[in-house]
Ligand binder design. Structure first.
Ligand code: CAA
Length: 272
């Protein structure tokens, strides 16, 4: 499948980035987000990112159309809020509205694809397509097969990821998949080190940057991802795997309660 027309729902950091890489590959993108101003903000971020990348800004943006509702397309990529019932509601509507041959993909970082697939009449054509922030820069796409996903669907999405210039890694649907099962305990442990007074944030991040050659330390990365998202993912790991080692660090919870969500709120482990 070529996926010449892709519907992206959610125009935030992730959805906007996904729309951008799909448009940059020459495909037509319909971008939908019901929140006022979200598509405009997404398009502005795309413009900045395309400029940084030295891409043809106008030509790429001309392939992105703003739509006020779901439209027919060959592929849906959902990047809305990390809320299972909202995602399931969207997949039910998409199942009703999109052609029966269309594949329905979710960019979720932690919600079970198997549950999302189960609310549709085409569970074999539902899959996880998990991009990484910043989407235009990072090459990984974690492709998550639900229990019901067919081999043809998985092969088509793996090929699409390659056509977008990304590197797919196939995993099975298990809480946190592979990426967040590794990343979130790392971030959580860094938060414990800070809470227990082992070191200041700068020292913790310097250790990861210079000692492990990570581009960012875990606390700066948590601020980029959003501390509320980190807590939500830890809860999925904790509830889904039933092991107390995945319980969110109390300091992370406290920062979220205080509205210190990271870059998006102007303050997290660091001030922006
Ligand atoms: N669009 C286009 N280009 C961008 C960009 C964007 N949004 N953001 C950064 N860049 C470019 C910069 O212009 C720069 O390009 P040049 O080298 O050509 O100058 C390059 O990327 C590097 O950027 P910077 O020099 O500004 O800074 P940096 O070297 O520190 O890189 C970073 C920034 C790419 C964000 C890097 O720090 C990084 O990779 N950090 C780790 C990010 C990460 O781990 N993300 C995964 C989060 S987990 C997730 O997303 C999924 C989940 O489920 C939670």
């Amino acid at each position: 499948m070529k996926f010449e027309h892709v519907l992206v729902v959610g125009a935030g950091q992730m959805g906007g980035g996904i729309a951008q890489v799909i448009a940059a590959s020459g495909r037509r993108v319909s971008l939908h987000d019901p929140y006022p101003g979200a598509v405009e903000r997404g398009l502005e971020a795309m413009r900045k990112s395309l400029t940084k990348l030295g891409a043809d800004v106008e030509e790429t943006l001309a392939r992105v159309e703003r739509v006020d509702d779901l439209v027919e397309a060959d592929l849906l990529i959902e990047a809305i809020v990390e809320d299972q019932s909202e995602k399931e509601a969207l997949f039910r509507r998409a199942d009703d509205l999109l052609p029966e041959t269309a594949i329905l993909a979710s960019n979720t970082s932690s919600i079970p694809i198997t549950s999302i697939a189960a609310v549709t009449r085409r569970p074999e054509r539902v899959i996880g397509m998990h991009f990484f922030n910043p989407v235009p820069v990072l090459r990984l796409v974690e492709v998550i097969r639900a229990v019901q996903t067919s081999d043809d669907t998985a092969a088509a999405i793996v090929q699409l990821a390659r056509d977008l210039g990304k590197e797919p890694a196939e995993v099975r649907d298990f809480p946190g998949f592979v990426s967040n099962r590794i990343l979130m305990p790392f971030i959580n442990e860094a938060a414990y080190a800070l809470m227990e007074g082992v070191a200041e944030p700068e020292a913790i991040d310097t250790i990861a940057k210079l000692g492990f050659a990570h581009p960012m330390g875990p606390l700066a990365l948590a601020d980029l991802i959003g501390l509320d998202t980190c807590v939500a993912i830890m809860e999925v790991l904790h509830n889904g795997l039933g092991n107390p080692k995945y319980a969110p660090c109390p300091l992370l919870r406290q920062y979220v309660q205080a509205g210190r969500l990271g870059r998006k709120s102007g303050r997290g482990f660091y001030a922006y």
